[in-house]
Design a protein around this ligand. Structure first.
Ligand SMILES: NC(=O)C1=CN([C@@H]2O[C@H](COP(=O)(O)OP(=O)(O)OC[C@H]3O[C@@H](n4cnc5c(N)ncnc54)[C@H](O)[C@@H]3O)[C@@H](O)[C@H]2O)[C@@H](O)CC1
Ligand SMILES: [K+]
Length: 505
């Protein structure tokens, strides 16, 4: 599997070294990288005055190659360099020599009359926030009307976190397009990096894919390829009992909607049976709104435990609408002791804020936690998302909890306790609406109830949730999302050949 693999800066360095070890010349990697950039320029824009901004490392080396290729094609090119020409080392020094044209100092005056700017200041080697001449240049570029093509990454973006180095006080290029090499980096898919990249193109520079066998990447773009879609299709011998029985714990009388939303999503995601466990005082309210979803009373933690003694329950969800009272923590622990797989959301997470260890001790590997950033901070107060980035924070949290963590947001990160992580890219902003998270938890519940492992369940649920958001479109409300699942699943499970037949008949 290579398509959805993401490599960190360190892993990319290893890929580079392994390629060279296998006999690929390092200068040829840079030559092809720069060639790819020049080709993208010529494909993307008509001929116009182009300014190439080169940095002091190999990103700048790619810039010199691109400038040479553009000049050879008759493009009017100007090159600016951060630092001194004689300080360029290795392949970058070589490529600066081969460029042959004038190399100007890096000042905003370079941009006068530019119709296009190629940003080759920094790539995966960025090691601190931009300052001095680099920062002044980046600010001038962002204020300039010409579009920007970024080489590898928009300069200022951290390849591993997608953050602007230095945070709000830092600076980074805003690009219309980004050309990267071999495979994408996490910084291309995590915000704000994702937004600053514009359209991302991946260019093959001759690094053999066999290097991935040695690197064993653990970070992926969340695509169906990473969670083999077979589990979404019931086998021919399936019956409702073989597809799992999911339980959803309902909140009190005025907070029952969240559980019903989740229950419906679980049923649509393929759980054979779904039962809402309701406090007696909310039974009438729940009963009035349920049809295919079943209903049982469970007054408290003991009641939940009693229902789940029936081992045909394969998974249970608590959190949506649950309330942060101590009884929610007791019910959560009852679920974890019962042996069914657990999906814990919202209040079921927050109610452990004062004693997270009690929760972590009870969790098992297949369990799933679905915090947003606020819930995450309450449960993992010493894992600082702002300092570590979402990816590393989610990874540490999953290792700490011993369960899969879905750290929700526009770029939701799914992390497993074994170190695997997936970054989601298909969620439209329309999903930021009341009840949307309840539906996601329900989708995870429905998949987990069928025996799908925790990480695959979580990644698939997040992707399906995003796809349902796209299918429902602008104006969507949470109720629309489970209803969009059949069309999303049909598209996902229809082989391309059959889809052609359907379209053509
Ligand atoms: N790894 C690979 O396989 C390949 C990498 N290539 C290019 O090489 C790049 C990585 O090259 P490098 O490792 O040389 O790193 P960069 O070129 O990204 O930058 C490193 C240089 O900038 C300095 N620096 C870092 N942050 C700075 C800051 N904030 N202000 C001022 N100076 C700063 C460093 O001290 C170093 O001199 C990639 O992004 C890519 O563009 C390509 O040539 C093709 C092959
Ligand atoms: K760059």
């Amino acid at each position: 599997m290579t398509g959805p693999v993401l490599l960190t800066a360190a892993e990319m360095g290893r890929a580079d070294a392994l390629a060279v070890k296998s006999g690929v010349a390092s200068a040829s990697l840079m030559e092809r990288a720069g060639e790819g950039v020049a080709a993208a320029v010529m494909r993307g824009w008509s001929k116009r005055p182009t300014v190439v901004l080169c940095g002091p490392g190999n990103n700048g080396g790619d810039g010199f190659v691109a400038a040479r290729k553009l000049a050879e094609a008759g493009w009017p090119v100007r090159v600016g360099l951060l630092g001194e020409r004689e300080n360029l080392k290795g392949d970058a020094g070589l490529m600066a020599g081969l460029y042959g044209g004038e190399i100007a100092p890096l000042t905003p005056a370079l941009l006068e009359g530019a119709g296009l700017i190629v940003d080759a200041l920094f790539g995966t080697g960025l090691s601190r926030p931009l300052d001095g001449a680099a920062r002044a240049m980046v600010e001038a570029v962002n204020a300039h009307p010409a579009q920007v093509l970024a080489v590898d990454l928009p300069s200022g973006i951290d390849a591993d976190t997608g953050d602007v180095a230095g945070g709000d006080a830092g600076a980074a290029i805003r690009a219309a397009r980004t050309v990267t090499f071999f495979v994408k980096k996490p910084g291309h898919v995590l915000f704000p990096g994702r937004a600053l990249c514009g359209a991302v193109e991946v260019v093959d520079i001759g690094i053999p894919f066999s290097t991935l066998e040695e690197i064993r990447p653990r970070t992926f773009e969340n695509q169906p390829a990473i969670w083999a879609r077979e589990f979404l299709r019931p086998g021919f011998s399936a019956h409702k009992y073989s597809r799992g029985h999911a339980a959803v714990v309902s909140g009190g009388r005025l907070k029952t909607g969240a559980a019903r939303l989740a229950a419906r999503a679980a049923l649509r995601a393929g759980a054979g049976l779904v039962t809402v466990l309701t406090p007696p005082e909310a039974a009438a309210e729940n009963a009035a709104h349920l049809t295919a979803v079943m209903l049982r009373e469970a007054a408290d933690a003991a009641g939940v435990a009693a229902v789940l003694e029936d081992r045909r329950f394969t998974a249970a969800l608590i959190g949506p609408g649950a309330g942060v009272e101590p009884e929610t923590a007791r019910k959560t622990l009852a679920i974890l002791r019962a042996g069914a797989a657990a999906v814990l959301d919202a209040d079921a997470l927050t109610c452990f804020a004062d004693r997270p260890e009690a929760l972590f001790e009870a969790l098992r590997e297949g369990d799933i936690l679905t915090p947003h950033a606020g819930e995450f901070a309450r449960l993992f107060p010493d894992i600082d998302i702002a300092a570590l980035g979402k990816l590393e924070a989610a990874r540490r949290a999953a290792a700490r909890a011993g369960a899969t963590v879905i750290l929700k947001g526009a770029d939701t990160v799914v992390a497993a306790p074994d170190g695997r992580a997936a970054i989601n890219v298909n969620a439209p902003p329309d999903l930021a609406t009341a009840g949307s998270g309840d539906v996601l938890a329900g989708m995870a519940l429905g998949l987990r109830a069928q025996g799908t492992p925790g990480f695959e369940t979580a990644a698939a649920a997040v992707w399906l949730h995003g796809a349902c958001g796209q299918a429902a479109g602008p104006g969507l409300i949470a109720e629309d999302l489970p209803e969009a699942l059949p069309q999303v699943l049909r598209a996902l499970l229809t082989p391309p050949e059959a889809a052609k037949d359907e379209g053509g008949s």
